[in-house]
Design a binder for this molecule. Structure first.
Ligand SMILES: [Zn+2]
Length: 265
């Protein structure tokens, strides 16, 4: 059996990007360790949560609950603060993950990889899916830590831009999205690049349709960030299944066709 370390930037990233893969790995008997780089101090503050530290404390509890839903056995925090999108004021905080040297954070992550005897590491694609500075740091720190700890199986969790475009075309066809209101899949995200990666560059297509309930439930454990009005909570189950029932990864050096269907051999 393997030991999967899933490295994420913020509390809740584990759920939306790869919750199905993590639940399936646990179900198949692997050990799963979630490592979160930041406390998510700058997320939405619900009423009664007065400062960044109180929010981080709440989000630590929510993440524990999300792990319980997915069956994740171990949760580790690197202890950095989250950065905002490019240009946000908190980005000058020296504890912000984007300001921490790759080497320092990678040493910390590598120690965790060694502690658990990691055989597989997941990180993010080169631009962190949509250019968030903390997500880009996860990419860099992940690869460097894998090098230090000699973990050769590294997967980049990403979004499939083409499948999002197809979903959007379906929504447009059904009249659910008003013209001009829709998100432009091919438009520039925070770093000037379109979101995710094109399908023809991806290597792994993971069917997580059997784990959708767990994925959705773990997502809703992050209640401070997911209000009733957010787009995911309004999504009918069949749309959620199409949008989140497949998880995509890229592994360097692996042919892009045919797509592989699982991350453990
Ligand atoms: Zn994030």
């Amino acid at each position: 059996m393997g030991v999967l370390v899933a490295f994420h930037a913020h509390p809740d990233d584990e759920s939306i990007s790869s919750g199905g893969t993590l639940a399936r790995a646990v179900k198949e008997g692997h050990t799963v360790v979630l490592v979160v780089a930041t406390g998510g101090e700058h997320g939405q503050r619900p009423p009664g949560v007065d400062d960044a530290e109180a929010l981080a404390e709440l989000r630590r509890r929510e993440t524990q609950e999300s792990c319980a839903v997915l069956g994740i056995q171990h949760l580790e925090w690197l202890g950095y603060h989250d950065s905002g999108m490019t240009g946000w004021p908190q980005n000058s905080d020296k504890r912000a993950f984007m300001n921490v040297s790759v080497e320092e954070a990678a040493e910390q992550l590598a120690a965790i990889l060694k502690k658990y005897g990691a055989t597989v590491l997941t990180t993010y694609d080169w631009h962190g899916n949509y250019g968030h500075p903390d997500h880009i740091s996860v990419h860099k720190v992940g690869y460097r830590a894998a090098e230090i700890a000699a973990v050769s199986e590294v997967y980049e969790a990403t979004m499939n831009r083409d499948s999002f475009r197809r979903l959007q075309e379906m929504a447009r066809g059904s009249g659910e999205v008003a013209e001009g209101e829709e998100f432009d899949v091919d438009g520039p995200a925070d770093d000037g690049n379109p979101m995710g990666m094109p399908e023809n560059e991806l290597t792994h297509r993971i069917d997580v349709s059997s784990y959708l309930e767990q994925k959705r439930e773990s997502l809703f454990k992050h209640a401070s960030q997911i209000t009733d009005s957010s787009f995911v909570s309004k999504m009918p189950p069949e749309v959620f299944a199409i949008a989140f029932g497949t998880e995509w990864f890229l592994k360097r050096g692996v042919p892009t066709e045919p797509k592989q269907d699982w991350i453990f051999s």
